[in-house]
Design a protein around this ligand. Structure first.
Ligand SMILES: [Zn+2]
Ligand SMILES: [Zn+2]
Length: 179
């Protein structure tokens, strides 16, 4: 399902078509997908417009913004696009068409780029700061350990004065031994 042929729909007012898809697509733009892209796309010729609608679901692999581990993020998105029938007539007649990015990125003379439509819809659903878990503890700014997996000693050193005393003593001791 890269592009969907619109010629039958364009030919007749009121014409429509429905197409289900279920495809393994490894990458969608910059996004890595870890489950098939499933859904349905519908196209209707409403006399003045060609209206595309549908649903898609898949799983995107994201990196946690706190601890940087990859995790699976399920996405459901709505597909939506429409285009004036005049656009196709003008394209066919070789007339200039408006340079409207939203239209030209998905429609050409005879088809709609469903994969591009899916890519745009899925990207809109992705979080700006993904978290692998809501309570992700992130990485220690001191030593870089993943605090979800291990409690590092940086925090203890900072909060417990007895430890810092001991560290100073140990360092002194070590220096004396070295000289
Ligand atoms: Zn995380
Ligand atoms: Zn640390």
């Amino acid at each position: 399902m890269r592009r969907l042929d619109l010629r039958d729909v364009l030919r007749e007012a009121g014409a429509s078509l429905v197409e289900a898809f279920d495809e393994e697509i490894a990458e969608l733009g910059d996004a890595i997908l870890t489950s098939p892209v499933r859904g349905e796309v519908r196209v209707v010729n409403s006399r003045r417009y060609v209206v595309v609608s549908g649903e898609v679901e898949t799983t995107v692999q994201l990196l946690c913004s706190r601890c940087l581990r990859p995790f699976d993020y399920p996405v459901r998105a709505q597909l939506e696009a429409q285009c004036e029938l005049r656009y196709f007539e003008d394209l066919l007649a070789g007339l200039p068409v408006p340079e409207d990015e939203e239209t030209t990125s998905v429609f050409d003379l005879t088809s709609v780029d469903v994969e591009e439509l899916i890519r745009q819809a899925v990207l809109l659903e992705l979080p700006i700061q993904p978290l692998h878990a809501l309570d992700c503890k992130g990485l220690c700014p001191g030593c870089g350990s993943d605090l979800n997996d291990e409690a590092c000693v940086c925090a203890e050193r900072a909060v417990d004065p007895r430890w810092s005393q001991l560290t100073v003593l140990l360092e002194h001791h070590q220096k004396r031994e070295e000289t």
